[in-house]
Design a protein around this ligand. Structure first.
Ligand code: TRP
Length: 348
């Protein structure tokens, strides 16, 4: 994405941010996750916290558990059911309220997926091949480029547009997808008549959440603190994290990635700054730092974990939440597909 269009997206995003609390009724937010594992602190501070805030502002909130996206780059759906149920548990434990927010899965909403056919006719092969996120995901997967991975940004356009979502909270790396969604909406409207909004990305300004080694927090790097860990497991994980031999604790992201990642983790959980915490620990060394981080994380996560354990013990309730979310998503998707059929003269 060029600097100019990034700046334009940033500017629109700032304007929308300011308008959200003033006119919540104007907005429908759609976002989601691939159910490939448990949510961790990176998800929490990166996006979940913001979704809860938008929901509580009174904005229509829809969350897709993107189960079909799991097979964009892997060839098994083993554990998917368990991952989906646990994702619902994680959401609710963090404050997503199923009375306000529709939680649903791709595979349960046929009309959403059917939008893929007209939408695919609106993009060219070279546009698909140009998406930088698709390219890097293909490289990371070690697989050949599948048709689904190549076209998943269009599928994501279906996710957003089936419910006429007009805002999507995103990190910078997802902006090309939003651009592709806007293009699909614009071209559909031009060709067949106005049906879809052109959604805007709402950029999160959260710093990238470091994992325990200073790289981006990700399950695949083994550096993530999952919400579902126990306090003891968390302590063990933090204890094992790599720091350095310098006893004096300072915040220096470049030269001390391990120490600095721990400081940022504690800062996010306590609302203090990294420098403040570093100064307090001073000559206490990694031992004292790790003790402080462990306490901060465990204290912060305690209420979430308590709710998590309760919810995880009530499978019937979790299934009900998903059934109801899927039912409501189908209602919306069927209505939109009816409009699409009408616009395309395909009503028989
Ligand atoms: N691609 C997102 C991820 O990797 C999940 C997702 C699916 C999504 N559909 C979406 C995000 C629509 C925003 C909008 O986690």
């Amino acid at each position: 994405m060029s600097i100019d269009s990034f700046e334009a997206s940033r500017k629109r995003s700032d304007e929308i941010r300011a308008d959200l609390p003033v006119h919540p009724e104007k907005y429908t937010m759609l976002t989601g996750d691939r159910p490939t594992g448990r949510l961790h602190l990176g998800h929490y501070f990166g996006t979940i916290r913001e979704r809860v805030a938008l929901q509580d502002m009174g904005i229509a909130t829809r969350i897709i558990i993107a189960d079909y996206q799991v097979i964009t780059d892997r060839d098994t759906t083993e554990h998917i059911q368990d991952n989906v149920y646990n994702m619902v548990v994680d959401y609710l434990a963090c404050g997503i309220d199923p009375e306000k927010t529709i939680i649903f899965t791709h595979s349960a909403v046929p009309a959403l997926n059917q939008l893929m056919l007209p939408f695919l006719s609106l993009v060219t092969e070279s546009e698909l091949l140009r998406n930088p996120t698709v390219k890097s995901e293909m490289d990371a997967s070690g697989h050949a480029l599948t048709g689904l991975l190549l076209t998943y940004p269009v599928h994501q356009a279906c996710d957003i547009l089936f419910c006429k979502g007009n805002i999507v909270p995103v990190g910078k790396d997802q902006l090309p997808h939003i651009e592709q969604t806007r293009q699909v909406a614009r071209r559909f409207n031009e060709r067949y008549g106005h049906v879809f909004p052109e959604p805007e990305g709402v950029l999160n300004d959260a710093v990238e959440i470091p994992g325990l080694d200073g790289r981006k927090m990700s399950k695949s790097y083994g550096n993530a603190i999952s919400l579902s860990l126990t306090a003891e497991e968390t302590a063990k994980l933090i204890k094992k994290s790599k720091t350095d031999a310098d006893r004096m604790i300072t915040y220096d992201k470049e030269n001390r990635p391990g120490v600095s990642a721990l400081l940022t983790t504690a800062a996010l959980c306590t609302g203090r700054t990294e420098v403040e915490i570093a100064e307090e620990i001073g000559e206490g060394g990694s031992g004292a730092l790790k003790k402080y981080v462990t306490e901060s994380v465990n204290e912060f996560l305690a209420p979430i974990r308590e709710r998590r354990v309760q919810l995880a013990g009530d499978r019937g309730f979790i299934e009900d939440v998903l059934h109801e979310g899927n039912r409501r998503a189908n209602e919306i998707a069927n209505a939109t597909l009816d409009e699409v059929r009408a616009a395309m003269n395909m009503v028989y």
